[in-house]
Write a new protein. Structure first.
Length: 185
């Protein structure tokens, strides 16, 4: 995070953390109506904490209401919260989980006007894929671009999350095998 982003976060926290942290999910959805504003809210009010430290287990997905009440969570908790608030405001929002051989990360993928963005604990980032991702091939291209942004050159699979179930979206093994073959040559 740049010094400008850190300074902005510090100022927002000092001004709003007390007031914002008392809001319920309905009030958050009414007051924070764009992806950038939802990101500001999460950055000010939430603490990033691994599931092992927070729940004592390797993996635990919280409901958005629990993330809001506890004011902490990891990547998938932030993504689930963002998706819920953005959907309440009429945005098309989905969750994508990307995996390497030994790591994983979840992010909310949201359509704003004619662009797709990722929104998670790492920030709000615009994507190059235009917001026409309706057909399967276009959704796969979107999934691949998000996975490449999260784990550049090292992801092996990614899945759209529906009803807290993973649905395969794209496979990066061919690219990973090709890259390792090139490195080993």
């Amino acid at each position: 995070m740049s010094w400008i982003a850190r300074t902005r976060t510090t100022v927002l926290r000092s001004l709003y953390r007390g007031r914002w942290s008392r809001l319920d999910l309905d009030e958050v959805a009414v007051r924070f109506t764009t992806p950038a504003r939802v990101h500001d809210f999460m950055r000010v009010c939430f603490e990033y904490v691994l599931d092992a430290d927070h729940h004592g287990v390797h993996e635990h997905w919280q409901l958005p209401e629990h993330t809001l009440a506890r004011k902490r969570g990891d990547c998938e908790d932030w993504a689930l919260f963002a998706r819920e608030v953005l959907r309440r405001n009429g945005y098309e929002a989905r969750i994508l989980a990307a995996f390497t051989i030994d790591d994983g990360h979840a992010t909310c993928v949201v359509r704003e006007r004619e662009r797709w963005h990722t929104l998670c604990n790492q920030g709000l980032v615009p994507l190059a894929v235009r917001a026409t991702a309706r057909r399967r091939r276009e959704r796969e291209r979107l999934a691949r671009q998000v996975a490449d942004r999260i784990f550049p050159g090292t992801w092996v699979s990614c899945s759209w999350v529906r009803r807290l179930e993973l649905r395969p979206a794209a496979d990066g093994l061919e690219g990973l095998e090709a890259r390792s073959a090139i490195r080993n040559a």
